[in-house]
Write a protein that binds this ligand. Structure first.
Ligand code: ADP
Length: 420
């Protein structure tokens, strides 16, 4: 294993894995730290944690446990994947986890860069932009858990760290990998532990990739990953994304209420797709929604793909939440949809699209999936994956886990075409 990655959330892990595969590496994503004795055949392994907003001490502990598995498995370099909007608070968890990883690796300096210009995340003079807006002017300003009100990442990171944080600015990055290396050496010699690295283009990410060769730890969004595989002689090719042949029945389960998912459900219905809507209030009233949905699906699967969805526009979601409470509504729907996903796989579905980050987490748990081999990209950030599940027998199943706002309007049709 050349690259060992620790991601602080599930869909962020897939996003990173997708970029590594696009650049030619064979990648496996694990759900949490793999069992101590397990071995994985891949060029890179991405351990997906759920540590972004938990207590800093717990995030450090889980990250160090993942690190020790990755090192035992031979990881030559470690990549701590954080959000491209640097989601964190003054308590962490980016700073405390990065410092703990660096110390455990015996390193004295790590570059930090959440930029992903293709996805509208750029860093200039240490300031993070989301599209044309400074981070602090973007909707991240109002995030319920990690409101980002300071766009200056040197300051943001410094508030979370004991060690000093400096800047590798865009003029240096534009001068290429040797200049980036020189600047990092300067920072290290002045006692800095971290350097925020600017990036406004893919060229910057490629220079960075070269400059970071051999460094023990990289702290980054998923963008920096496009420049790393070249250090090991990998080139973009379809071979890395090859999965076992797809077979079986096809289904979509959608619990995301994001704008993109609403548009995708609407497009599927407009095309005359077979669809079954779940009503959270009926679940709350004690109806056996799972059995009803599966009974509806059974005779229709052969002519699939079928769609089972709780996806609704925000007014309807608010009305349900007002009746049931936000958490209770979310948990009821996740429970129902993940049981339906399991039932569908038990009935022969082997190509399953799940829409929604939390919904995907619940479905993967219900299917007892421990690892995903990452395959071809459907849309940016969303690849097809192949996984083993006790519900699917020996041949396993193909899964596409789509976080809410990803994917074009025709995603539910395009995804299956991509696999054909
Ligand atoms: P996204 O990636 O779009 O944020 P998630 O699956 O992470 O999607 O989150 C959507 C949440 O909304 C889940 O907890 C889901 O159970 C819940 N949910 C889905 N449909 C409804 C609905 N009709 N009413 C209330 N909550 C819903």
């Amino acid at each position: 294993m050349l690259l060992g990655c620790i991601a602080d959330d599930f869909t962020g892990a897939t996003d990173l894995a997708n970029n590594l595969v696009r650049s030619g590496m064979r990648v496996v994503q694990t759900i949490g730290k793999p069992d101590d004795g397990s071995r994985i055949d891949a060029d890179a392994v991405v351990v997906a944690l759920k540590s972004r907003t938990i207590e800093p001490a717990a995030a450090v502990e889980q990250s160090l446990a993942a690190l020790s598995w990755l090192r035992r498995s031979g990881a030559a370099q470690v990549y701590f994947k954080v959000c491209s909007t640097f989601d964190s608070t003054d308590r962490g968890n980016i700073g405390p986890v990065a410092e703990a990883l660096l110390e455990a690796l015996g390193g004295d300096f790590a570059p930090v860069c959440p930029a992903f210009p293709e996805n509208q995340r750029t860093v200039f003079k240490g300031h993070l932009f989301v599209g044309d807006l400074l981070l602090s002017d973007s909707s991240m300003r109002n995030h319920p858990l990690t409101p980002m009100t300071d766009p200056n990442l040197v300051r943001v990171m410094q508030r979370q760290c004991r060690g000093k944080v400096g800047l590798v600015d865009q003029a240096v990055v534009a001068a290429g990998s040797a200049a980036i290396r020189n600047r990092m050496t300067q920072l290290r010699n002045c006692g800095h532990r971290f350097g925020i690295v600017d990036a406004i283009s893919n060229v910057d990410l490629m220079s960075m990739g070269q400059a970071f060769s051999g460094m023990p730890l990289i702290v980054a969004g998923s963008g920096v990953a496009i420049g790393l595989p070249q250090n090991h002689g990998f080139q973009a090719s379809a071979a890395a994304a090859r999965l076992p042949a797809a077979g079986g029945l096809r289904a979509i389960v959608s619990g995301s209420c994001s704008a993109a998912s609403n548009a995708q459900v609407a497009d599927f219905l407009r095309r005359g797709g077979q669809a079954y809507a779940i009503d959270p209030l009926r679940i709350a009233a004690g109806e056996d929604t799972v059995s009803a949905a599966l009974a509806w699906a059974a005779p229709r699967l052969v002519a699939g793909p079928i769609l089972v969805y709780a996806t609704s526009e925000s007014e309807a979601v608010k009305a349900v939440q007002a009746r049931l409470g936000v958490e209770q509504a979310g948990a009821l729907v996740e429970q129902a949809l993940s049981s339906i996903a399991l039932g569908l796989v038990e009935r022969g579905v082997r190509q399953l699209v799940v829409a929604g980050g939390e919904t995907s987490g619940a479905c993967v748990q219900a299917l007892e999936v421990a690892q995903l081999r990452i395959g071809p990209q459907i849309d940016p950030g969303v690849p097809w994956c192949h996984a083993d599940s006790p519900a699917a027998d020996a041949e396993g199943l193909h899964l596409a886990l789509k976080s809410g706002n990803f994917g074009t309007f025709d995603f539910f049709t395009k995804a299956f075409d991509r696999l054909a």
